[in-house]
Design a protein around this ligand. Structure first.
Ligand code: IMP
Ligand code: MG
Length: 215
């Protein structure tokens, strides 16, 4: 028993150290857990009021909107349907390619329905424009878009979100579902990734800063 306790203590110290290492790649926190949850309360109240007279069908764009969807929908006390779309638009880089690939499209039941698309962030608009176009072919009754974050910048694609959690400057952010090369999604806040790391990645594709520190 004493051995097991010792193992747990060791694992917890190690995990704590690794988590700190991941956090050290973050330049600054933009929205912490309580700030996100407070804003989700407001968004959920607005969405609940807007959809109280019709059945909502939520289409969540994976993987970035996973945490956002899960926390937001548990605040909406309405009967609703949930479906997910898996989309790749970044290919592991920080610059948008403009190409949107549907990894799988399980034909969500969209015809005649009131659709609310949920995504983590509106950047160039390519992703949401492509998803919107695809869903529109199935003739929904209405489509609205809700994003946790929206970058204040000129968008190549004219796409508007009907519900926005927070507007942010044009910086690369991670955490609370958002990734950089599939990492940092599990940070409990949204933070700006260190520029140094982005610059380094532009020249060397192979290591994250936190990994480099392990070497
Ligand atoms: P868009 O197609 O350029 O609007 O980009 C939307 C997608 O790009 C989002 O769903 C994210 O997956 C990704 N993305 C855009 N900006 C960021 C960022 O700052 N951090 C992490 N992912 C981002
Ligand atoms: Mg995404």
């Amino acid at each position: 028993m004493a051995g097991l306790d010792h193992d747990h203590a060791l694992i917890s110290v190690l995990a704590d150290g690794l988590f700190r290492l991941m956090q050290s790649d973050i330049e600054r926190v933009l929205f912490d857990g309580p700030a996100i949850h407070k804003r989700l309360d407001e968004l959920a109240e607005q969405i609940t009021a807007d959809y109280s007279d019709r059945e909502l069908t939520v289409i969540a764009i994976l993987t970035g909107s996973l945490m956002f969807t899960s926390d937001l929908l548990r605040r909406i006390p309405l009967p609703l349907k949930l479906d997910c779309l898996s989309v790749v638009s970044y290919h592991g880089k920080t610059q948008p390619s403009g190409e949107v690939i549907f990894k799988q499209f399980a034909d969500p039941d969209v015809g005649g329905r009131d659709i609310l698309i949920l995504d983590d962030i509106l950047d160039t608009g390519h992703t949401l424009a492509a998803v919107r176009e695809k869903l529109e072919t199935a003739k929904p009754r209405s489509i609205r878009v809700c994003v946790l974050l929206s970058k204040r910048e000129q968008r190549p694609r004219e796409v508007d979100a009907d519900y926005i959690g927070f507007e942010i400057d044009d910086e690369f952010v991670v955490g609370y579902g958002l990734d950089f090369m599939e990492r940092y999604r599990n940070l409990p806040y949204v933070g700006v990734l260190r520029k140094e790391l982005l610059e380094r990645m532009a020249s060397d594709d192979s290591v994250m800063l936190s990994q480099a520190k392990h070497l």
